[in-house]
Write a protein that binds this ligand. Structure first.
Ligand SMILES: [Zn+2]
Length: 428
């Protein structure tokens, strides 16, 4: 399919920064082939961009899309109570097939709010991959892994399931699905088991997605058990020898930040989730200052309670200004970069920018919405005034998945019906 978005204001990379320029974007197949209208002959679809704003599809760098099922069902609770007493018992009642629908629920919300790619950690093998394949979204899939010993029976089963997904889906879905392995966290994966996971990642040549240094109780548990910080422990196990994307990284020492930088670990910050669970938030200004790649995620809807990246961009651009008493800390450009190019780097994919040769993942915002006017500084509007309701059209891998606010590949009514039916069965 060839698409021509004519005469559109677009957020493009320009001399190492982000700039808004009037473009004429042409996509051919899964790729952006020009920004100046070159090659626009014989397009299958021409979109008048005069009242639209084109941005790179947003990258949700940390999610558990299936957990959309648990939205608003366990709130205002301490972190460990939330996880072990409320969320995990409901997860245990899920059946194979359930997470196909609940992941699609998350995908509907992400597409409607301009996200085109997500890095997902999940429990049910196959369901997430099918949901991504059927919806047309792009995703990096990472089966959640836990284990107490090097050959922990449950841990080995999960690792086998991860490999089965990789074998089954690699190269399918037009290359939209790639994989990482996801050892859940330092407090659910013993070092011996992590070494097994690292061995498998080496063998498969894929990266690692994990939760790291999320809460104070994690810091205390790891210090009591191993006499070091979670980041120091992960470095010792050799986890960072693979490409690593680490979610949260809220509780960091100066030495932790140095380790993350020296090992080129991407930090996936999740402002809403960290705030909601009373964990604080990642020291993003200090990470950026040190040269660490920062990406942005929503985490699951059980701890957010939305998968709307505009909400996260807004929070990221605001919270550090407040705590540092400094209005220039984490600029709108830095917050938007975390949601686009920062995510692309963390996920190791050729996405996150409107540039020739990048994948054709494009979000078009409706500039006739009142909150986008006057259109004085559209980069600022992304960080400070947009809320996701402006998203009009979403293109992923060169295909239109949201067309003038209508989902083209997903039966949204059925997804909501099935998800609500599943919730009635698994709720406590
Ligand atoms: Zn998470």
């Amino acid at each position: 399919m060839k698409i021509w978005i004519k005469n559109v204001r677009a957020l493009v990379p320009c001399a190492g920064k982000l700039a808004v320029q009037t473009c004429s974007i042409v996509t051919d197949g899964d790729t952006i082939v020009s920004l100046d209208g070159t090659g626009a002959e014989n397009c299958d679809r021409v979109i008048d961009g005069s009242k639209l704003f084109a941005i790179p599809g947003l990258v949700n760098a940390h999610s558990h899309a299936y957990m959309s099922l648990f939205r608003n069902s366990a709130d205002d609770l301490p972190f460990m109570t939330w996880l072990f007493d409320r969320i995990m018992p409901m997860e245990d009642r899920l059946r194979p097939g359930d997470c196909y629908w609940t992941t699609l629920l998350g995908i509907c919300e992400m597409l409607r709010s301009g996200t085109t790619t997500f890095l997902d950690m999940f429990m049910m093998p196959d369901d997430t991959a099918r949901a991504v394949a059927d919806s047309g979204m792009r995703a990096v899939l990472s089966r959640g892994l836990q284990g107490e010993t090097a050959d922990d029976a449950g841990g080995m089963r999960r690792l086998r399931e991860a490999k089965q997904d990789i074998t089954a889906y690699s190269g399918l879905a037009d290359g939209r699905i790639t994989f990482m392995l996801a050892p859940h966290a330092p407090y659910t994966c013993a070092p011996a088991y992590l070494e097994t996971v690292i061995g498998t990642a080496d063998e498969l040549g894929i990266g690692i997605h994990t939760h790291l240094a999320e809460s104070r109780s994690e810091i205390e548990t790891i210090r009591e058990k191993y006499g070091c910080t979670p980041v120091e422990l992960m470095e010792k196990t050799g986890l960072f020898n693979r490409h690593t994307a680490a979610a949260h990284c809220v509780q960091l020492t100066q030495n932790d930040i140095r380790i993350l930088r020296d090992n080129d670990v991407s930090v996936l910050t999740n402002p809403s989730s960290n705030l909601k669970l009373g964990n604080g938030f990642a020291p993003v200004p200090e990470l950026l200052e040190a040269g660490v790649n920062v990406a942005l995620g929503t985490d699951g809807a059980a701890s957010n309670n939305t998968l709307n990246m505009f909400h996260e961009i807004n929070l990221l651009a605001l919270i550090h200004k407040g705590t540092h008493a400094d209005a220039v800390t984490v600029t709108s450009a830095e917050a938007v970069t975390a949601a686009t190019l920062g995510g692309a780097k963390a996920l190791d994919l050729p996405i996150g920018a409107l540039a020739v040769g990048k994948k054709a993942d494009i979000t078009l915002l409706d500039l006739t919405c009142p909150q986008m006017n006057p259109p004085t500084n559209l980069l600022s509007s992304l960080a400070f005034s947009a809320n996701g309701s402006e998203v009009d059209t979403v293109i992923v891998n060169g295909k239109i998945l949201l067309d003038k606010r209508k989902l083209t590949t997903i039966d949204e009514e059925r997804v909501i019906f099935e998800s609500n039916r599943i919730y009635e069965r698994v709720k406590a």
